[in-house]
Design a protein around this ligand. Structure first.
Ligand code: ADP
Ligand code: GLC
Length: 468
């Protein structure tokens, strides 16, 4: 049973949604029974699908008693059983995150999930929780008096992003159903309740979404470094896969001009033409795109200056297109650049799933100057669509992209999160673009890579089996 705040296509803010929407499907395909439970937000998916009520419960968040309802998607459209937790007024909102009462929302969600599972006639073999939003569940199963009968259910915590930890003041400790006070240390990190730290301490196993990210967490984990060092025995890295059925340039329903390895050159050229027409760019120049959250982790704050410097040093020899939303000051700087670099640069500020697919298909390069990248899916999608990744040498980017300067390589890697390094990488991209033969060779090599979920599913199953 996967417990998560996001699951594509029900609700997605980033890669967590993609992973939880795909991993269970591939686990089921491999002959296992994997299900997902998540909050019931007010999304399009909710309104356009059929649901049946499978459970109603009554429980409490501190002194607030509430009714929760578990609904199940009737038609099994996602390839696995999907359950939503409805808590009136608390979860059924349009956004996933970003409310002042997020601690209440996600704690009530987790209590409802555990409460519901405690009413089952059988027990799940494993409860697999994702990120801090579900990080208190391993503690609850081990140390809350009313769930003692669930103590022997193995738990796995997968960390997609250790930057966000769900900190709550100790004044909220009564939210968690009455627990063994001797175990307060299992909730605490530096005098606050830290749901991610608690998950790391209490889960039977912990995984991160790439090997390199796990290494990095021991030296840089937003305050949890010592904990990762201490708990290293139960931690392992399992690289994410991508859903090859959703992300396939030969069948992608979001793009008009389909292609595969054989006709990638023509297919990509048509998609590029479309994009350039829409965004007033020149298809003869290399098109470098950025897709993602406009936050510090992604290095998005450096984009405006890196683009400006590239125009200055290399000349107006390339086009840039940005899709993303995030910090208002970064959004503003990216909007302002439109005036200065009209015809060579454009940006769509916002979230747009279909445009993202078009960009993976139509771009020549995708830029990912991430400060932190636990795995990163963009580079894998891009490579499947024949788009060369330009990435900073970190986390999952390091584990999936080999620089084309190395024999057999296919991407561009740079080491520092600095405007200078980014600009130099862009310069290498512009050079590579002019070497048509090399570009084709690299494209073919990338499109032949296999980032499908099958291998990682095997690793997760081995991990679950080791818990028996
Ligand atoms: P993260 O989860 O840290 O944001 P990932 O690389 O794992 O990064 O996943 C990002 C996912 O979100 C990809 O599927 C990407 O295409 C998508 N995405 C990010 N920003 C946008 C946006 N503004 N519009 C559409 N899709 C987006
Ligand atoms: C997080 C990470 C990203 C990863 C995704 C899915 O959002 O920031 O690197 O790919 O989770 O695991």
């Amino acid at each position: 049973m996967h417990v998560s705040a996001e699951c594509y296509p029900v609700a997605k803010a980033g890669g967590l949604g993609d992973v939880v929407g795909a991993l269970p499907k591939y686990q089921n395909n491999a002959g296992h029974i994997a299900k997902v439970v998540m909050p019931m937000y007010r999304t399009k998916f909710l309104l356009s699908h059929q649901w049946e009520v499978v459970h109603k419960g009554y429980t409490n968040l501190g002194s607030w008693w509430f009714t929760y309802t578990i609904i199940k998607e009737s038609a099994n459209t996602l390839g696995f059983d999907l359950y939503l937790v409805d808590i009136n007024g608390l979860l059924d909102r349009e956004k996933i995150y970003g409310y002042d009462d997020d601690p209440e929302r996600f704690t009530a969600f987790q209590i409802s999930v555990v409460d519901w599972i405690s009413a089952w006639e059988h027990r799940p073999d494993v409860i697999h929780v994702h990120d801090y939003h579900a990080g208190l569940i391993p503690f609850m199963l081990k140390h809350c008096f009313r769930y003692q009968h669930l103590q022997l259910i193995p738990t796995v915590l997968t960390i997609h992003n250790a930057q966000y930890q769900g900190w709550m003041g100790w004044d909220k400790s009564n939210f968690i159903p009455s627990w063994d006070p001797w175990k307060w240390g299992m909730l605490d990190w530096k005098n606050t309740i830290n749901p991610l730290a608690s998950g790391i301490k209490c889960a039977w196993k912990v995984t991160t979404v790439s090997w390199s990210y796990l290494e990095e967490l021991r030296v840089s984990a937003n305050g949890l470094e010592a904990l990762f060092e201490y708990e290293r025995g139960k931690c392992s890295g399992i690289l994410n896969g991508i859903d090859n059925l959703v992300w396939d340039p030969a069948t992608d329903t979001y793009i008009q001009h389909h292609y595969s390895i054989e006709d990638a050159k023509e297919g990509k050229a048509k998609s590029k033409q479309n994009l350039c027409d829409t965004f007033d760019l020149d298809p003869a120049k290399p098109l470098i795109v950025f897709i993602g959250r406009l936050v510090g982790e992604k290095g998005a704050d450096l984009l405006p200056q890196a683009f400006g410097d590239s125009f200055y040093h290399i000349g107006r020899e390339m086009n840039f297109l940005v899709l993303g939303s995030g910090f208002p000051e970064v959004e503003r700087a990216l909007e302002d650049l439109k005036i200065y670099a009209q015809g060579d640069y454009n940006a769509y500020i916002g979230y747009n799933e279909s445009l993202s697919h078009l960009m993976y298909a139509g771009a020549d390069f995708i830029l990912m100057p991430s400060r932190v990248e636990p795995c990163g899916l963009n580079q894998m999608y891009a490579m499947r669509y024949g788009t060369v990744p330009i990435v900073r040498d970190t986390g999952g980017l390091r584990d999936t992209v080999v620089d084309f300067g190395v024999p057999g390589g296919y991407g561009i890697r740079f080491s520092q999160v600095s405007v200078g390094d980014i600009t130099q990488a862009i310069w290498r991209a512009a050079e590579l673009y002019n070497d048509k033969e090399k570009m084709e060779e690299i494209r073919e090599r990338m499109m032949n890579l296999d980032f499908s979920w099958e291998t990682s599913v095997g690793h997760y199953i081995d991990l679950y089996r080791s818990l028996k």
